[in-house]
Design a protein around this ligand. Structure first.
Ligand SMILES: [Zn+2]
Length: 416
């Protein structure tokens, strides 16, 4: 089986132009002694909004790797796929994120729920997980509840996995199971039994993306109880270690954090947990790379700045349409958005500082940032005009992309 390394990062970008700059950040991390494997990812949702296809992601990855002489592994992720969308990704991807959110909360048939509960009945009572102080309390009711909520979803993930393995060969794929887009967070005890179900379906998951407590909005910092997050994150790591032993899952199984960019306030807790437990991590970023393009264009000034302003004006007027596909993962206060006429008076540095995620800068505006984050459709519609601007200002933009990934992300999470 293809093995995913201890540390990996989901990278990639809307328009397929920043692969080299992103990989340059990982190459620098490697020089600093920390090898992080790049995984280019793009979801079906993103492809369909922007009219790209998975082959282009593979091409971007291959080209960046060749240009930088990267000799470590790299992968291409079919992110958040289902049976309806997977076939488009079969040629180009070797990493598959099986999304089961559509089926969570729908109950499996009674006989499979019954056999799940009887199989795991021996765990009822106080279950001690090495490293967790308070034993998990498992009851017959909690077993039924977790089975009703997740068993059908994991059975569907099993079907999807077997479909992929039949086409590609099981040894050629890395599998992730994602539950981050479900309605409620999964507690460590839920995660334990979800992992049991994954093992029962014989899905060789190497990463699992639970939904953590708190909000992981796109492009902005974490919002929630930091102490609770830290406790859960550590317990999830320990539950995974236990499940690997008890249920025979792949030894390198690790957590995957989605919408992982910009969650600055939880990075110290994540880093501490990784090194305390000698655990791995897959961190998905990517979506915010396009904001670094806008920052680069704005700071270039002239017609590039004018283009960045034009994109904001359009996004401002198409607020509802642009926000709708991301309604559950953004939180924009409309009255805090600057009027486009005001933005038109800004110089490049003001635009860049309003957008750049530096919370200590009084000009930083998270509402402006979130709207532009979902506004990539506007840039996509500009077509060649936008892409030509990216090419003309490649140096400016590449420096922003690399600095953002290396200094604000990689150093904070991975480098000791
Ligand atoms: Zn996700």
């Amino acid at each position: 089986m293809k093995q995913l390394a201890r540390f990996s990062m989901g990278i990639g970008d809307r328009f397929g132009h920043q692969g080299k700059a992103q990989l340059a950040a990982l190459a620098e991390a490697k020089r600093l002694g920390c090898t992080i494997i790049p995984v280019w990812n793009k979801s079906y949702r993103e492809h369909s909004i922007i009219h790209t296809d998975p082959k282009q992601v593979r091409r971007e990855a291959d080209e960046a790797v060749a240009a930088l002489g990267w000799t470590e592994a790299y992968h291409v992720d079919a992110d958040h796929i289902s049976l309806k969308t997977v076939d488009l990704f079969l040629d180009s991807s070797d990493f598959y994120t099986l999304d089961v959110a559509d089926y969570t909360g729908k109950a499996a048939d009674e006989s499979s729920i019954g056999s799940f509960v009887s199989k795991y009945r021996p765990l009822i009572g106080n279950l001690t997980i090495p490293g967790i102080n308070t034993p998990l309390k498992i009851s017959e009711e909690s077993l039924y509840a977790v089975a009703r909520k997740y068993l059908l979803a994991v059975q569907e993930a099993g079907k999807l996995y077997r479909h992929i393995a039949a086409q590609k060969g099981a040894e050629n794929v890395i599998t992730e199971v994602s539950m981050d887009e479900t309605d409620l967070p999964q507690k460590p005890e839920d995660l334990l039994f979800i992992l049991a179900m994954i093992a029962d379906e014989k899905i060789p998951a190497q990463t699992i993306a639970p939904k953590f407590s708190g909000r992981f909005n796109k492009g902005v910092d974490y919002a929630g109880d930091l102490a609770q997050f830290e406790r859960e994150f550590n317990e999830d790591i320990l539950v995974i270690a236990y499940a690997v032993q008890e249920f025979g899952l792949p030894r390198n199984l690790k957590l995957s954090v989605h919408s992982g960019s910009d969650k600055f306030s939880i990075y110290p807790a994540i880093k501490k947990a990784l090194y305390t437990h000698n655990a791995g991590l897959h961190l998905k970023t990517a979506g915010t790379t396009w904001l670094e393009e806008l920052i680069g264009l704005a700071s270039a000034g002239g017609s590039a700045l004018a283009l960045a302003k034009q994109i904001y004006r359009e996004a401002y007027h198409r607020f509802d349409e642009l926000c709708l596909p991301y309604a559950t993962v953004i939180d924009i206060k409309r009255d805090r958005l600057p009027a486009p006429d005001t933005v038109d008076t800004w110089d490049g540095e003001t635009y860049a500082a309003s957008l750049r995620h530096v919370e200590t800068d009084p000009r930083y505006n998270p509402d402006f940032r979130q709207l532009l984050h979902v506004g990539y459709k506007v840039a996509a519609e500009l077509g060649e005009t936008y892409l030509k601007a990216l090419e003309a200002h490649e140096d400016h933009i590449g420096a922003q992309v690399k600095e953002n990934l290396l200094d604000r992300h990689i150093r904070q999470i991975f480098i000791q």
